[in-house]
Design a protein around this ligand. Structure first.
Ligand code: KG4
Ligand code: ZN
Length: 335
């Protein structure tokens, strides 16, 4: 089954074709992402109305480009998947409207996909994918969750953030230190130039049992350290390194606990912060120590993309599911 996937929940338009007749990474026939970063940069964050309008401009050209790259005619598409939520309502409606119209015109089924289920299953698009049960760490701009995946579609929440998501903490901390939007990847880059151990911040909520997270206090600690510092470039890099180490250590500690709690030795990591190099290296080391396995999507499939939506939608369509023929989105939606 060849499934067209459309992602438009926030500031990235993503389109992909996933072909279930192929296996491993080859099944992703083509995918393309158009990022609106430049559009929102001068506002220091995503402006919802501008995001919707840009999705309107970019979705159809991106579909054409992706089909061309895959060497597939639109008439060969056998199902359409789109992000139905959570996300910005106007942005979601653009993707849902296009997906629904195409499905109607082609007379094929369409399915609305939960954005976070897309992220969660993204690592399974790589070669030698892990089979459930496993534990998933979902770390994005809006979510930080540990989830026990008993089977595809059967998810148990083990722990989550009580305030800021990990990506949000990266973005807000970067902004506080004067880094341009979007801050997370910039802060991570800067941290590479910082001296480890110069600034030591707390590993929040690791001194007591439990699988929940809290990153807002850490952000405040960084703000105070930055205010009280000489604010040179090197200090900024040192603080960035201290912050990144604190977030990464906290995530690694809680992942270990979640694996213990679930009696499992396979960890899957997904979401934008999963692209963080230090997090990937530290989780890899921890997996080696435990004799377990950690699986990540390639970095470009960690951040928002259409491939994860095509894939999650293909699994559901193959299982005989589809959504009713209406353009309906769910901006706030628990998985
Ligand atoms: O999954 P995603 O693309 O969008 C959401 O669904 O939120 O995640 C975006 C988040 C942003 O907060 C961004 O700063 C963060 O992921 N991010 C990173 C890195 N790349 C993206 N955070 C730390 N290090 C990175 N390399
Ligand atoms: Zn996302």
């Amino acid at each position: 089954m060849k499934v067209l996937g459309i992602e438009s929940s926030c500031d990235e338009t993503g389109v992909a074709v996933y072909d279930t007749s192929l296996s491993g990474a080859a099944a992703l026939r083509a995918h393309a992402v158009y990022s609106q970063i430049a559009l929102h940069a001068e506002y220091g964050g995503v402006v919802p109305e501008l995001a919707s309008r840009d999705h309107v401009r970019k979705t159809l050209p991106l579909i054409r480009q992706t089909l061309d790259e895959a060497g597939i005619a639109i008439s060969e598409i056998e199902g359409v998947a789109y992000t139905a939520g959570p996300g910005l309502v106007g942005a979601l409606l653009v993707g849902a409207g296009v997906a629904r119209s195409l499905a109607w015109g082609l007379d094929v089924p369409a399915i609305g996909v939960h954005h976070m289920e897309g992220h969660l299953l993204a690592p399974l698009m790589e070669d030698d994918p892990p089979e459930p049960p496993f534990v998933a760490l979902l770390v994005s701009g809006g979510h930080t969750q540990l989830i026990a995946v008993d089977a595809i579609g059967k998810y148990r929440l083990l722990g989550e953030t009580l305030d800021d998501a990990a990506g949000e903490a990266f973005d807000k901390t970067a902004k506080m230190m004067g880094l341009p939007y979007p801050g997370g990847p910039q802060l991570a880059k800067l941290a590479e130039l910082g001296t480890p151990g110069c600034y030591k911040f707390t590993r929040p909520m690791t001194d007591r049992p439990g699988l929940d997270f809290s990153f807002s206090g850490l952000k405040t600690q960084v703000l105070m350290a930055w205010r009280d510092s000489d604010q040179t470039d090197q200090t900024r890099a040192d603080i960035a390194r201290g912050f990144e180490d604190a977030v990464v250590d906290t995530l690694v500690i809680k992942c270990g606990r979640a694996l213990d709690a679930a009696g499992c030795d396979v960890l899957v990591v997904a979401g934008g912060v999963g692209a963080n190099k230090r997090l990937r290296a530290k989780l890899q080391e921890a997996a080696q120590r435990r004799g377990g396995r950690v699986c990540f999507p390639r970095p470009e499939l960690c951040t928002d993309n259409g491939a994860m939506i095509a894939f999650a939608g293909a699994l559901r369509l193959q299982a005989g599911q589809h959504s009713p023929a209406e353009v309906k989105v769910t901006p706030r939606w628990d998985m």
